[in-house]
Design a protein around this ligand. Structure first.
Ligand SMILES: Nc1ncnc2c1ncn2[C@@H]1O[C@H](COP(=O)(O)OP(=O)(O)O)[C@@H](O)[C@H]1O
Ligand SMILES: [Mg+2]
Length: 266
């Protein structure tokens, strides 16, 4: 299989423990090129651990993972050239202006014409007016958008967004969602992690729920909703929400998990 035809991300049997703590216990997932894939899980489920392995920051104990066709264990440099990672806490330098942050990243990545790259990204993320201001004056949503813009310098085909909206107010979350949709519309593959069901519901082409170290369900929103029969409430037929599906699978107490797979390729 050539790099171009391979799925953007392919993970098989991924395992990772921190001493006695078995965080990932055999994770399988496939992310199609150009799609938005949400890895949904509670706090501590192992989302960041999975993203760190996929972005070569951490070594798996077992299993394989390929990103953009490259093996994370044996072709780490190729993987790094194919991706960018935006963490839960923004990597923006507060002392610099938005534009200076972008130019700095463009220089570090040896991208031609850093000024133009910076201006184009400012425009794309509606930050042109704010570009000359120090990032310390930015709102949470602006900062996160700048962070995502910085991760796009050099046009990586795959981008990891680890909890991109955690800690943001509702308006800022909507702004970031718009930025993520924009990314996917241009063909970038997005793997985002989130603990917010509505975020997965809003953005993702496919949603996988990580629970007790495994993917317990993986499918489109429609497939996930079909796991539960619609509940009849008097004369109104109520479709289950993603929240209903999540709580049924994970258990309202967070401990009960069923093994199910709605998709053809988990
Ligand atoms: N470096 C580490 N050493 C020990 N335990 C860790 C380390 N990193 C994460 N953990 C633990 O592993 C579990 C999964 O963490 P993480 O991947 O950050 O989850 P999530 O991103 O889904 O919140 C948590 O219980 C966390 O405390
Ligand atoms: Mg995390």
């Amino acid at each position: 299989m050539t790099t171009q035809q391979a799925p953007a991300i392919q993970v098989r049997g991924l395992e990772k423990s921190y001493k006695e703590l078995r965080v990932l216990r055999g994770v399988d997932l496939t992310v199609a090129r150009g799609s938005i894939f949400a890895l949904l899980g509670s706090n501590g489920a192992g989302k960041t651990t999975a993203v760190k392995i996929l972005s070569t920051l951490l070594k798996a104990d077992a299993g394989t993972a390929r990103v953009n066709g490259f093996d994370v264990a044996t072709q780490a440099a190729d993987v790094r050239e194919s991706i960018s990672l935006t963490g839960q806490f923004a990597a923006v330098d507060e002392i610099l202006t938005g534009r200076e942050n972008l130019v700095l990243v463009a220089r570090l990545r040896h991208v031609g014409n850093p000024g133009k790259v910076a201006d184009d990204l400012l425009e794309r993320f509606s930050l042109t007016d704010a570009g000359g201001r120090k990032a310390s004056t930015y709102s949470g949503g602006m900062r996160r958008r700048l962070d995502i813009a910085m991760s796009l310098v050099g046009n990586p085909p795959v981008i990891f967004l680890d909890e991109p909206t955690t800690g943001l107010d509702p308006q800022a979350r909507i702004e970031v969602w718009q930025a993520v949709r924009e990314l996917a519309a241009r063909g970038t593959t997005v793997l985002l992690t989130t603990q917010y069901l509505d975020e997965a519901e809003q953005l993702a082409d496919r949603i996988a729920i990580l629970h007790e170290g495994r993917i317990i369900v993986n499918g489109t929103l429609a497939e996930l909703k079909r796991l539960l029969p619609p509940a009849k409430v008097e004369y109104v037929e109520k479709q289950p929400t993603l929240e209903d599906v999540f709580l049924t699978l994970v258990g309202a107490d967070g401990r009960n998990g069923h093994d199910r797979n709605a998709g053809t390729d988990a």
